[in-house]
Design a protein around this ligand. Structure first.
Ligand code: HEM
Length: 488
C-alpha cells in the first residue's frame, strides 16, 4: 500500500513541475523547445557557450529563452535591450553554485569580485579599483613595465624565429600580459620561458576554453561528482596565490609604503575593528587575486593573438599601421598618450576586438526580481547572457561585418568613431574592472610588435584560419603559425 502512496506522490510532484514549467514558458519570451527538468538540452546540437550564442537563437528576436536543465537562460540579442537591462541593479548579481561557494569561495561563502553580489561585491570592487589605480592601473606610470615585458617578448619571438623559422602563436602572450598585472598585484613576475609558467598558462587557457558545459545545467551534481581537472587547476592557482599572500604577510611592514595591492589589502585586514565579521580577510584577498589572474591574463593575451592573426592575413593594414607608427613616434616606446595620434593603429585594434568577439557571452548575470517587459516576464533567478556577437556583428551598425575593415572606426574628420554597440568590456555596473589596463596593454604591445616585427603568413603552414577557434568564456584562436622578420 505504501508504494502506491509513494508512487502517487511522485506523480503529483512531477505533474506540478510540468504544469509550472509550461505556465512559465507561456509567460515567457520565445526560445527553443523546452521539456520539464531537461529543458532544451535534447533539442540543441552544440555544447558549451556556443549553444547559447548560436546564430539560430537570433531568430527568436531581441531576447531568446533557453532552458538548460532547470536553469533558465535569457540570451539578449538586441543591444538596446541589453543596455536597458544590464544597467539595472536587479540584473547586476552573479549566479552562484556549490562550486562558487566551496571551491572558489571559502567555507560556503562567496569570495572575490567576479562571483560576488550586492554590498560585498560593491565594497570589494570599489576598494580594489581605487587601489589598483593608485598603483598605476591604466596610468602612464605603468607604461615602462609594459615596455619591458613587450621587449622581452619580442626578443624571445625573434629567437624562436632564428631557431625554427616560423613561430607558433598559442599561449605566447599570457605570461607577458599577466606579468604587467602581477607587478601591481604582488611585485613579482613569472618567467615566461619556465616550463612551470608554460604549464600554468596552458591550464588557464583550457579553463577559458571550457566555458559553460552541459554539467553547468545541473550544478548540484558538482557536489557529488569527483573534482574535475579544471576545478583542480583552480585550486592549484589559489594555492599558488595563497603562498604569495602568506609570504607578503610575513614580510609586511606597516610603517613602510605599500609595495603592491597585496600589501594594501593586508593593511586593510589589520585595520578591521571586528575581524570576525569583516569581509576583509586572507581568503578574500586570495580569491580577488585569483580573479585578477584569470580575468586579466587570458582576455588580453587572446586579443593580442587575434591581432597577430589579422596582421598576417591583412598585410596592407599592417603596412598602414606600421607607416603611421613610423611617421608619428618612430622607434620611441609608445605610451597611452600616443593613442589619439595613432588613429589608424587604434582603429585596427578596435576592429580586431570587434571581429574576434573576445568575450562572446560576457559573464553571466542573474536577476534578483521578476522583470516585466514587452508583454512577457523574465522571472527572478533567471540567468542573463549578453550576446556580444550579435552586437559586434550587427550589419545595421557594421556593414559587411565579416570583413576586416579598421576604417569603419574612423569618421570623415579623421577621428575615431565608436558606435555604442562596441562593448567588448561589457555594459553597466559590472563592466570589466581591468578595461583601462587592458586598453594600454594591448595598444602598447601591438605598437611595439609592429615597430620591431614584420608579420606574414607562414609559407610552410599557410595562412592562419580565423574560423579555427574554440568558443568558451573567451573566443580563442587555435594555435597557429606565422612568419616574422625583424623590421629594419
Ligand atoms: C581585452 C581584455 C579584456 C576583455 C575583453 C574583458 C572583458 C570583460 C567582460 C565582458 C567582463 C564581464 C562584464 C559583465 O559581467 O557584464 C569582464 C569582467 C571583469 N574583468 Fe575583464 N576583460 C579584459 C581584461 C581584463 C583585465 C586586464 C582585468 C584585470 C584585472 C580584468 C578583470 C575583470 C574583472 C575582475 C571582472 C569582473 C567585474 C565584476 O564582476 O564586477 N579584465 N571583463
Amino acid at each position: 500500500m505504501l508504494w502506491v502512496v509513494v508512487a502517487s506522490l511522485i506523480c503529483i510532484a512531477l505533474a506540478a513541475v510540468c504544469v509550472r514549467h509550461y505556465i512559465d514558458i507561456a509567460r515567457s519570451c520565445p526560445g527553443p523547445m523546452s521539456w520539464p527538468l531537461v529543458g532544451a538540452i535534447p533539442f540543441m546540437d552544440k555544447t558549451g557557450v556556443g549553444a547559447l550564442l548560436d546564430e539560430q537563437l537570433r531568430k527568436y528576436g531581441k531576447i531568446a529563452r533557453v532552458d538548460l536543465g532547470r536553469l533558465r537562460f535569457f540570451v539578449i540579442n538586441d543591444f538596446g535591450t541589453a543596455k536597458d537591462l544590464f544597467n539595472r541593479d536587479i540584473t547586476s548579481n552573479r549566479p552562484v553554485s556549490w562550486l562558487h561557494k566551496y571551491l572558489k569561495g571559502f567555507n560556503g561563502k562567496i569570495c572575490g569580485i567576479i562571483h560576488a553580489s550586492g554590498a560585498t561585491w560593491r565594497e570589494q570592487r570599489r576598494f580594489a579599483l581605487k587601489n589598483l589605480r593608485d598603483f598605476g592601473f591604466g596610468r602612464k606610470s605603468l607604461d615602462h613595465v609594459i615596455h619591458e615585458e613587450a621587449q622581452l617578448l619580442i626578443k624571445s619571438l625573434l629567437e624562436e624565429h632564428w631557431t625554427h623559422g616560423d613561430i607558433l602563436i598559442g599561449t605566447t602572450f599570457n605570461a607577458p600580459v599577466v606579468n604587467v598585472l602581477w607587478q601591481v598585484v604582488a611585485s613579482t613576475r613569472f618567467d615566461p620561458n619556465a616550463q612551470k609558467t608554460k604549464d600554468m598558462m596552458e591550464k588557464l587557457t583550457e579553463r577559458f576554453k571550457a566555458g559553460l558545459t552541459w554539467s553547468s545545467a545541473f550544478p548540484f551534481l558538482n557536489r557529488y561528482l569527483p573534482l574535475s581537472k579544471f576545478n583542480q587547476d583552480l585550486l592549484d592557482f589559489k594555492a599558488m596565490i595563497r603562498k604569495e599572500v602568506i609570504a607578503h604577510e610575513q614580510d609586511h611592514d606597516p610603517d613602510l609604503p605599500p609595495r603592491d595591492f597585496m600589501d594594501v589589502y593586508i593593511s586593510e585586514i589589520s585595520s578591521q575593528t571586528h575581524p570576525e565579521s569583516s569581509n576583509f580577510h586572507r581568503e578574500q584577498l586570495v580569491t580577488i587575486c585569483t580573479d585578477f589572474f584569470q580575468a586579466g591574463s587570458e582576455t588580453s593575451s587572446t586579443t593580442l593573438a587575434w591581432c597577430v592573426l589579422y596582421m598576417a592575413l591583412n598585410p596592407e593594414v599592417q603596412s598602414r599601421c606600421s607607416s603611421e607608427i613610423q611617421d608619428t613616434i618612430g622607434a620611441t616606446n609608445p605610451t597611452l598618450d600616443d593613442i589619439n595620434r595613432l588613429v589608424y593603429t587604434r582603429a585596427t585594434v578596435m576592429e580586431v576586438q570587434r571581429i574576434s568577439v573576445t568575450a562572446p557571452g560576457s559573464l553571466l548575470h542573474i536577476t534578483s526580481e521578476d522583470i516585466h517587459m514587452e508583454g512577457f516576464v523574465i522571472p527572478k533567478k533567471s540567468i542573463m547572457i549578453a550576446n556580444q556577437k550579435s552586437f559586434l556583428m550587427d550589419e545595421c551598425v557594421w556593414p559587411n561585418p565579416e570583413a576586416f575593415m579598421p576604417d569603419r572606426f574612423i569618421g570623415a574628420n579623421g577621428k575615431i568613431v565608436k558606435p555604442e554597440q562596441f562593448v567588448p568590456f561589457g555594459i553597466g555596473p559590472r563592466i570589466c574592472m581591468g578595461e583601462s589596463l587592458a586598453k594600454s596593454e594591448i595598444f602598447i604591445f601591438f605598437v611595439m610588435l609592429l615597430q620591431h616585427l614584420q608579420i606574414s603568413s607562414s609559407k610552410t603552414y599557410g595562412p592562419p584560419n580565423p574560423k579555427n577557434l574554440t568558443t568558451g568564456i573567451t573566443t580563442i584562436p587555435d594555435p597557429f603559425h606565422v612568419h616574422i622578420e625583424p623590421r629594419t
